[in-house]
Design a protein around this ligand. Structure first.
Ligand SMILES: [Zn+2]
Length: 437
């Protein structure tokens, strides 16, 4: 069994495009680590309003001076060619070349990640420093790419639970030669899946999907419409290995139980963690799950430098979408803490139920041995009573945490004590106990 960082070192430089041989290679390698079903959707298959794209291959590509000096070469780095670039061969003026040669807006020494999946055009990418050095009148461009019928692949790891209700975990694998975005989400999800498979049978069923961004989610969802009503929540994973605090983006339904639970777990897993509304931190496959006709509350977990800034959507960390997003910017320790955070969130969601009071009136706390002396611990004393008075069969653990703006764990500790004293029971549905409502 390979560690998360070993898998990153092994797979990061592959040319993982939407539908491509290297995507398949990476997915098959990951399938050696955990039991996985690989779903295949042939190019041209209609998937809701979309169509599965062709397989794209770049056989060779370079930019040369007319004297034959090679300036950039696809063989050196996969990001030198725009993903899904049309083939092109010929001599071009410097002006024409610059319309097709892309640089990173902020990192002058890095190659940018540019993709033109649906606006067909040819293109190359290079560091800004190279663009600045181009003084000849004309250059020679060679881009030998092909578009062939292929099959889009979606890897699915199922962890069967006692219930058919499922929690979706999703990560994309289609970013060539980059690490934090997107391989870290894949390996963290994989390690979470391995932990769940090793542990006792969970209450919910978990489905972890590894797919090409957007089109992979649409392909899977459109072919599994019968599963959608059973999807009670989800978490998209990406950008989890860099040195930044965790940022949890809520779903389109911030009042859902999954939103309330995961949000209330954050303070306990990262003291600097951030929770923000839908579409304010990052934008990925969670959109397809939250979209009309699906409406699964899917949150998203990442490490983002300034999650409160509107810039986070385009610049979540400095090396984003560039050749600088390489194994140097991620650590096993960061990956492990992200993995623990995800597991803590899932454990909390497994525990989250309606709390049904078996008691009436205020519990005689000292008689039950749960008294907290307000002179010693005034905060704990207040909490005990604030939580107790909300145990009424109408609120879940997460509802109480959200209402009191305290961590899930703080509520759970008290409620677990009540359960031990047989003062409360748990229910998956509300069971109001108040005669007058
Ligand atoms: Zn990306």
């Amino acid at each position: 069994m390979s560690s998360m960082i070993d898998l990153i070192n092994e797979l990061w430089f592959l040319k993982r495009e939407l539908v491509s041989d290297d995507f398949d290679k990476a997915l098959h390698r990951l399938a050696e680590e955990v039991p996985m079903t690989i779903h295949e959707y042939p190019s041209g298959t209609p998937v809701w309003t979309w169509t599965v794209p062709e397989k794209w291959t770049c056989h060779e590509a370079y930019l040369e001076t007319l004297a034959g000096e090679r300036l950039i070469d696809y063989a050196d780095h996969p990001l030198h060619v725009v993903s899904y670039s049309l083939p092109f061969e010929g001599e071009v003026s410097r002006e024409e070349l610059l319309e097709h040669l892309h640089a990173h807006p902020r990192l002058p020494d890095a190659i940018p990640f540019v993709f033109k999946y649906y606006q067909r055009d040819w293109g190359l990418c290079a560091p800004q420093t190279l663009l600045d050095s181009l003084t000849d009148d004309a250059y020679r461009v060679v881009i030998r790419t092909s578009f062939d019928p292929g099959t889009l692949k979606v890897g699915e790891v199922v962890i069967p639970g006692e219930l058919e209700e499922s929690i979706m975990l999703v990560a994309h694998l289609c970013h060539p030669a980059m690490v934090n975005d997107d391989l870290t989400g894949v390996v963290v999800g994989l390690d979470v899946a391995r932990s769940l498979l090793e542990g006792p049978k969970p209450k919910y069923t978990y489905r972890f999907l590894i797919l090409p961004e957007t089109i992979g989610s649409v392909s899977y969802l459109s072919h599994n419409e019968d599963l959608i009503p059973k999807m009670i929540g989800g978490l998209f994973l990406e950008m989890l290995g860099n040195d930044a605090p965790l940022a949890l983006q809520q779903s389109m339904q911030p009042d859902s139980q999954v939103d309330k639970t995961l949000s209330a777990v954050m303070p306990g897993v990262d003291a600097n963690g951030f929770v923000g509304p839908y579409r304010t931190i990052i934008s990925n496959d969670e959109r397809q799950f939250n979209a009309p006709g699906v409406r699964v509350p899917m949150l998203s977990l990442s490490r983002v430098e300034n999650p409160a800034s509107p810039k986070s959507l385009f610049e979540p960390y400095p090396e984003y979408h560039s050749s600088a997003d390489n194994p140097k910017i991620v650590t096993q320790e960061r990956l492990e803490s992200a993995r623990s955070a995800v597991l803590a969130m899932l454990q909390a969601f497994e525990r989250n139920q309606y709390i049904v009071n078996k008691f009436k009136g205020e519990v005689f706390a000292s008689g039950q041995g749960i008294w907290i002396d307000y002179k010693v611990n005034p905060e704990g004393h207040r909490r005990l009573f604030e939580i107790m008075e909300r145990c009424d069969g109408e609120r879940t653990v997460a509802d109480i945490a959200a209402e009191l703006e305290i961590p899930f764990q703080a509520v759970w500790e008290i409620v677990a004590q009540f359960a031990e004293k047989d003062l409360v029971s748990f229910s998956s549905a509300p069971q109001p106990t108040s005669p007058r409502r």
